[in-house]
Write a protein that binds this ligand. Sequence first.
Ligand SMILES: Nc1nc2c(ncn2[C@@H]2O[C@H](COP(=O)(O)OP(=O)(O)O)[C@@H](O)[C@H]2O)c(=O)[nH]1
Ligand SMILES: [Mg+2]
Length: 235
Amino acid sequence: MHQTFDAALGINLLHANQEGADHNRAHFDEWGIICLNVMSSPGAGKTALLERTLAVLTHEYKIAVIEGDMTTELDAERLRKYGVPVIAINTGRSCHLDSKMVAGGIHQLSYQYNPAEFDLVLVENVGNLVCPAEFEVGEHAKVALLSLTEGEDKPLKYPVMFQEADCLLITKMDLAPHLDVDVDRIVANVRQMNPHVAIVPVSAKTGEGLDAWFDWVRSWIARSAPAKQQLSVVH
Ligand SMILES: Nc1nc2c(ncn2[C@@H]2O[C@H](COP(=O)(O)OP(=O)(O)O)[C@@H](O)[C@H]2O)c(=O)[nH]1
Ligand SMILES: [Mg+2]
C-alpha cells in the first residue's frame, strides 16, 4: 500500500512540476530567450564552465544566470563578476531546482529588467546527478557535465541524467595525463545511454574544447532568432 501511495505522490509532484516548467518555457519563448539547464554532481565544474562561457559570450549576447545552491551565494558571487544579472536561489534541503523556484527567479528578473532584451538564461542546478534530471525547470536543452575524476561507470549508474542530456561535457580534460581514466570508455558508456547526445570534452582550465561548447550554445540561441525578430517588429 505504502509503495502505491508513494508512487502516486511522486507522479503528481512531477506532473505539477512539468506544468510549471511548460509555463516557464512559454515565458522564455514569448521573450525570445533560450534557457539551458546545466547539471552535474557537485564539483564537476559547472561554475568554472559558466565563468569561461560568460567571459566570451557576454560580448555577443545578453545573458542572465539563475544560480541554484542549497545554501550560500558563493557561486552567484563568482558569476556576478562578469557583469550579468545572477538570481541566486537557495533550495534549503531540496537537492534540485524545481519549476516553481525558477518561476520565482524569472519574475525577479522581469521586475528588474525588460526580459525581452535577454538572449540566454543559464541555469546552474544544484550539484546532484539524480534529481535535477527528473525536474524540468522550463529549459530548452539540458547540459550535463561529467568530470574525469568521477569514474567511467557513472553514465551507467545514473542513467536518467545521461539519457536526458542534449549535450554532455566531459570536464577537466587537462587532468587526463595524471589519471588512470579511459575517456573512450566514458564516451561509449554515454552513447549506450544516449546515442544522439552531443559529447564535448573540455577543460575550463586550459580552454580545450570550449570553442565547440560555445558553438553548441550559439546554435541554440540561433533558434530563438525568429521570435526575437517578431519582438523587434512589434516594439
Ligand atoms: N583541473 C581542473 N579543475 C577544474 C576544472 N573546472 C573546474 N575545476 C575545479 O573543480 C572544482 C569545482 O569546480 P566548480 O566550478 O566549483 O564546480 P561545480 O560545483 O560543478 O560548480 C574547483 O576547485 C575548480 O577549480 C578544469 O577544467 N580543470
Ligand atoms: Mg557551482
